[in-house]
Design a protein around this ligand. Sequence first.
Ligand SMILES: Nc1nc2c(c(=O)[nH]1)N[C@H]1C(S)=C(S)[C@@H](COP(=O)(O)O)O[C@H]1N2
Ligand SMILES: [Mo]
Length: 204
Amino acid sequence: MPGDELENSYIRAKRDHKKDRLPPGQRETPAMVAMPPITSDYPHIEKKDWRLKVYGEVAQPQDWNWEEFLKLPSTEYKIDFHCVTHWSKLDQEFTGVALAEIIKVAAPKASAKFVIFECADGYTTNVSLKELQENVAFIAFQMDGQDIPDKFGGPARVVIPHLYAWKSAKFLTTIRFQTEDEPGFWETRGYHNHGDPWQEERYS
Ligand SMILES: Nc1nc2c(c(=O)[nH]1)N[C@H]1C(S)=C(S)[C@@H](COP(=O)(O)O)O[C@H]1N2
Ligand SMILES: [Mo]
């Protein structure tokens, strides 16, 4: 039937479109996969105890509590999330504060070249400041319209869609700006320092 034909071509178009969105070696997953943190238990942080510190090579260091953080302008995002273990979640919804906004408020000095994210479980990861300024990157405080569950890194986590998921720090506590690069937990254990999924920068 012509109707089926239409529907099939629609499904085909959608499938082909999605294929274009999958970096090499990746498979689509229907839902986000919760990866265990480096401590075997997910940390649980109450919002009343939560703080986000921003310091280092910045003119305006910050130490926000939850209410203060939520006063920053936030945006709804729909992004593709690529994990080095070969799964990709397409069209994942988050609400968060753009890292560009945080960078604007903290006012990095000319000496600031790298950003190190620190987390409640002791995890760290590194990204160049330029990379954050030139791409969509944000600190999410909602996932699918709800508070972010512990297993996905709540109350607030980094999301950097254009890099492999290990750069997206969960249970975020601190953002440190510095002159020198400082490879983090996985970057010092064989993962690539940059981690572009389109270039398959999995391991170093
Ligand atoms: N704090 C913290 N953040 C972390 C990790 C971690 O162990 N601790 N693991 C990273 C890795 S290796 C991946 S693949 C993603 C997984 O995010 P997800 O659990 O939301 O899928 O979180 C990243 N962020
Ligand atoms: Mo990972």
